[in-house]
Design a protein around this ligand. Structure first.
Ligand code: ADE
Length: 225
């Protein structure tokens, strides 16, 4: 999979993509992430990428031309499945969206800044608008990093334990059950007996029960009861 990220702050994204799971995905050739500096597509000598908004008011708006030039150039080289814009007024990201995106070949992610991008870019170029939650970040970069992390770990071969992503919270519409590791007793708290029993069926049932219990307590909205 190839992901091209258009940003005015490429430095902000260097670190997340050069560590841990995403680094491994890149090294294994499973994921290619390109950081594209929008300023390289600015049309004036000051490399401006934003301007005042029509109608007045505080906050700058990202200009049409550099974004259009950048996306046109990328699209002339290959087909893109989606051109995603990270924005707090987009659709809130869910695991099911991540699952679908992880099956794509080529994605563009555009990171917004300031007041956002000129509406005409949204109309003409953007195919999907994604928010990572009901709060406003100073730019779309960290939101893009979260999206790419969530996608990257689903690519076959990225996680060492091939099946583990299938058992994540949300993959079956439930939160994960509690997990334990050594020691068997810690500060008076014991690991539940069933997990030490070696009885696979009972363990599976216990985990399912606990997942439902936890989901009912913390995220009843996930249960269609
Ligand atoms: N840019 C600023 N805030 C954001 C959010 N919550 N989600 C996605 N992109 C954003």
């Amino acid at each position: 999979m190839r992901i091209d990220i258009i940003t005015v702050q490429p430095d902000l994204l260097e670190s997340p993509f050069n560590h841990s799971i995403l680094k491994r995905a890149k090294q294994k050739g499973l994921l290619e992430v390109n950081l594209i500096n929008l300023r390289d597509y600015a049309t004036n000598k000051h490399r401006t990428t934003d301007d005042y908004q029509y109608g007045g008011g505080a906050g700058m708006v990202m200009l049409c031309e550099p974004i259009a030039k950048c996306i046109d150039e990328l699209k002339s080289e290959r087909h893109y499945d989606e051109v995603i814009y990270m924005t707090p007024d987009g659709e809130t990201l869910k695991q099911s969206d991540v699952n679908i995106l992880s099956l794509k070949q080529n994605l563009i992610i555009l990171c917004g800044h300031y007041k956002g991008i000129d509406e005409r870019i949204r109309e003409l170029y953007i195919t999907k608008e994604i928010s990572i939650g009901d709060y406003v970040l100073s730019g779309g970069e960290l939101a893009a990093a979260i999206l790419v992390d969530a996608i990257g770990r689903l690519l076959p071969g990225v996680l060492n334990d091939e099946t583990s992503a299938l058992f994540d919270s949300f993959q079956d519409g439930l939160l994960s059950p509690p997990v334990y590791t050594r020691p068997e007793e810690f500060k008076g708290l014991k690991v539940p007996d069933v997990l030490l029993s070696g009885h696979e069926k009972n363990i599976r049932e216990w985990r399912h029960e606990k997942a439902i219990e936890r989901t009912r307590q913390r995220r009843p909205d996930l249960l269609n009861e």
